[in-house]
Design a binder for this molecule. Structure first.
Ligand SMILES: CCCCCCCCCC/C=C\CCCC(=O)SCCNC(=O)CCNC(=O)[C@H](O)C(C)(C)COP(=O)(O)OP(=O)(O)OC[C@H]1O[C@@H](n2cnc3c(N)ncnc32)[C@H](O)[C@@H]1OP(=O)(O)O
Ligand SMILES: Cc1cc2nc3c(=O)[nH]c(=O)nc-3n(C[C@H](O)[C@H](O)[C@H](O)COP(=O)(O)OP(=O)(O)OC[C@H]3O[C@@H](n4cnc5c(N)ncnc54)[C@H](O)[C@@H]3O)c2cc1C
Length: 666
């Protein structure tokens, strides 16, 4: 193929933008400093050949895993050499874009010790973990139980004579199963086990257990350990060594029990401290919050690929002597632009959730535990909502790219395979929504007793009004008023919550009601979580938004986000009499005009994510839009094309062909 001059096939598209893209980049990144760090780290990774990732789909598991170890070691070397801050280091790992044991070491092992260890324990273990002299993972889930944490079977029995705990796996189903980083890399784990003293079961607690020798990496006596095997997709999450682990009466010193929530004294007495026992689940709250932030990254990445490709791809019709760009089809816009809007919506709700998490952490330190239930409900619900939408959206983006979306070189199959377990890990999405519903039912039931709803449930204080208020939309333009839209989402959520609470009250045992009505409870929780996302988007727009045209674009995206949800869940809005069918029809007209407003800005809106071609890893999403020659180049690189005649021709193809020839002659 001839060498081509550098051409930007999307230059016309970029020239149509009606807003200051540099200002939008800063809004997306969360600030100037965040933008600068993110941009610098992305370039650093993209320019380093060790971080190459275009061969992942064709490496076998062993090569793939070794390569991941190599990249993680190289990343660590660069972090030390360049003296990167914690923020820079975490961005660098993010742009390396390969699931690895380090995710669990930094993302769960260190946080669980920080959150559940005593001061002394933090002083002992964290410096070693920060220097990576030990590598840790989070070993909670077992073969038999994941969602039901209280059902875990691993035991930690206190031996007062030796002042030790004996960690044991009494059944096959008690084998730890799934922890990332456990299979091959970790030297240590925080293991969740049943605390048993003097024959009494005191429930679940975390224990720091060394798994492998720090000299030769061999498993320590009594430890049976390995990888659980290949997972969905080629490459994809198979870079991670999710593992199994069994204990045969493994002894650890008493001070390796994480003792912030419960303590065991030298005599074997269990002392419950004054912090709520639910803090044992605190690491999950922290990680769920990071998963929400991560959802906007995965979603924006898929949307960036699908949007750029939709502007490059032409099929049918005629536009100034060319065929029509597929992005100009209304059907393409109605599938793509709500996803673009969701990417921005999740970005802002993720920012807010980070703030909420920091706020609850500070309160906990000051022994104010009042906002913990709300923080749990918000992190659980938003983790569920954003990951479910993102997983579905990546698949939708693949379809939006037609046949080429199915090629690994589009980047979308791998993105989907890596992303989709987010709907399951850190809490199955349905199980988490049921937690939100439980919280909402409790909040509503306490309204009569004078308990004031807080934070995201404050709207329930206006219950009487919300149960009967009509929707204030007379003409199409009313749908663009943020207060009208927020009140509508509040009314829908309030009405669904109250209807469910009424149905629940008919059961003599609440547990029976929860079982029977669980599908409705999930819809209630979803409505509440969607309200949170819409309100946080609206609140973001009430802040100072610098940059020419930036606020207008975000306002359009906010309206698209809310109105496309309205369209998708029209049944909820109509059946609760929140809107009339006439108002629904006006909302649909407004959506169409919003799509026209976004259309000329679509490419600039995805450019604002500031993704390098290396990070996107997609021929279809290339910044320059030079898709076809690069697709051809990628095809030629496939190992099947290394020889003109395939391996196996002489054994398996030629005999068949020859036989057909003989048959034909007969
Ligand atoms: C840009 C940055 C990107 C970085 C991204 C990095 C992300 C890293 C990703 C790494 C990849 C993968 C990691 C995956 C790791 C894992 O999966 S670890 C294992 C996670 N496991 C789970 O999540 C299990 C889910 N189950 C549970 O959480 C609980 O068991 C469940 C809540 C479902 C039930 O527990 P029970 O004890 O049986 O609870 P209930 O009776 O329902 O509730 C009792 C009360 O406790 C309250 N509660 C429950 N959970 C919490 C919590 N976390 N915090 C605070 N409070 C909680 C609940 O509301 C009840 O309260 P009430 O009595 O009603 O007042
Ligand atoms: C890629 C990946 C990485 C992971 N990493 C880790 C890790 O590092 N450490 C760790 O400890 N764990 C890890 N896990 C485990 C993960 O946290 C669990 O798989 C997850 O919490 C779901 O639990 P489960 O597998 O028991 O699902 P189950 O609870 O068995 O779910 C099966 C089905 O039952 C439904 N269900 C379950 N309970 C209810 C209910 N009460 N009401 C209605 N429906 C219900 C669910 O919705 C689901 O459809 C990982 C998992 C994956 C896939």
């Amino acid at each position: 193929m001839e060498a081509e001059a550098a051409v930007d096939y999307l230059v016309d598209e970029r020239s149509k933008a009606q807003f200051d893209i540099d200002a939008m980049k800063i809004i997306w990144a969360g600030g100037k400093h965040e933008f600068e760090v993110s941009d610098r780290m992305a370039r650093l990774v993209a320019s380093d050949p060790v971080f190459r990732k275009d061969n992942r789909a064709i490496l076998d598991r062993k090569e793939l895993f070794k390569n991941t170890l190599r990249k993680a070691a190289h990343a660590w070397k660069r972090i030390i050499e360049l003296r990167l801050s914690e923020q820079e280091a975490s961005k660098l790992r993010f742009f390396v874009d390969e699931p690895a044991y380090t995710d669990l070491h930094w993302g769960m092992f260190i946080p669980v010790i920080k959150g559940q260890g005593t001061e002394e324990q933090r002083k002992k273990w964290l410096p070693m973990a920060y220097r990576m002299q030990i590598i840790g993972c989070y070993a909670q889930t077992e073969l038999g139980h994941g969602s039901n944490v209280q059902g875990l079977e691993t035991t930690a029995t206190f031996d007062p004579e030796l002042d030790e705990f004996v960690i044991h796996s009494p059944t096959l189903t008690s084998s730890k199963w799934w922890p990332g980083g456990l299979g091959r890399a970790s030297t240590h784990a925080v293991v969740f086990a049943r605390l048993i003293t003097d024959g009494k079961d005191h429930g679940i607690n975390g224990f720091i257990v060394q798994l492998r020798s720090l000299d030769d990496h061999l498993p320590l006596p009594g430890i049976i350990i390995g990888d659980i095997g290949m997972k969905f997709g080629n490459g994809a999450y198979n870079t991670m060594d999710n593992g199994f682990l069994r204990f045969d009466h493994v002894r650890i010193p008493r001070d390796q029990m994480l003792m912030r929530v419960k303590q065991v004294t030298r005599e074997g007495k269990v002392v419950q401290s004054d912090v709520p026992w639910q803090l044992l689940y605190g690491t999950m709250v922290y990680v769920r919050q990071t998963i929400v932030a991560d959802a906007s990254c995965a979603l924006s990445r898929a949307v960036c690929i699908a949007t750029r490709y939709s502007a490059v791809r032409r099929q049918f019709g005629s536009q100034n002597g060319h065929e029509t760009q597929v992005i100009d089809y209304r059907t393409q816009q109605s599938r793509l632009f709500p996803l673009l809007a969701s990417a921005y919506a999740f970005r802002f709700v993720g920012e807010w959730l980070k703030w909420l998490y920091m706020d609850v952490t500070q309160r906990l330190q000051a022994r104010d535990f009042s906002t913990l239930p709300e923080a749990h409900a918000c992190t659980a619900g938003l983790k569920s909502l954003t990951t479910s939408v993102t997983a579905d959206a990546i698949e939708e983006c693949r379809k939006l790219c037609g046949g080429h979306g199915y090629l690994c070189s589009s980047g979308l199959p791998e993105l989907f395979a890596v992303y989709v377990p987010a709907c399951t890990y850190e809490g199955d999405n349905i199980v988490l929504l049921l937690q939100v519903a439980r919280f909402l039912m409790k909040t509503v039931s306490q309204l009569g007793s004078g308990e004031r709803p807080v934070g995201t449930t404050t709207y329930l204080l206006r219950l009487e009004h919300l149960l009967q208020c009509p929707c204030d939309v007379q003409g199409a333009e009313d749908w663009l008023k943020p207060d009208v839209v927020v009140q509508l989402f509040e009314a829908r959520s309030a009405r669904m919550t109250v209807a469910c609470a009424k149905s629940l009250s008919k059961f003599s045992k609440p547990e029976d009601g929860f079982m029977d009505l669980s599908a409705d409870l999930v819809s209630v929780a979803t409505a509440h979580c969607q309200l949170i996302v819409v309100s946080k988007f609206v609140e973001k727009l009430q802040q100072d938004i610098p940059g020419e045209g930036v606020k207008q674009q975000l306002e359009a995206l906010c309206s698209i986000y809310a109105l496309s949800l309205l369209k998708k869940h029209l049944g909820d809005f109509l059946s609760t009499s929140c809107i009339t069918s006439k108002q629904a029809s006006l909302a649909n007209d407004v959506l169409r005009s919003l799509y026209s407003q976004v259309r000329p800005n679509a490419i600039a809106l995805v450019d604002a994510f500031n993704y390098t071609d290396h990070f996107l890893g997609s021929v279809l999403g290339r910044y320059d839009g030079n898709v076809y020659p690069k697709l051809y180049e990628e095809a030629l690189k496939d190992p099947l094309n290394e020889s003109v005649v395939p391996d196996g021709y002489h054994e398996y193809l030629q005999p068949v062909l020859k036989q057909r020839l003989r048959t034909a002659r007969l």
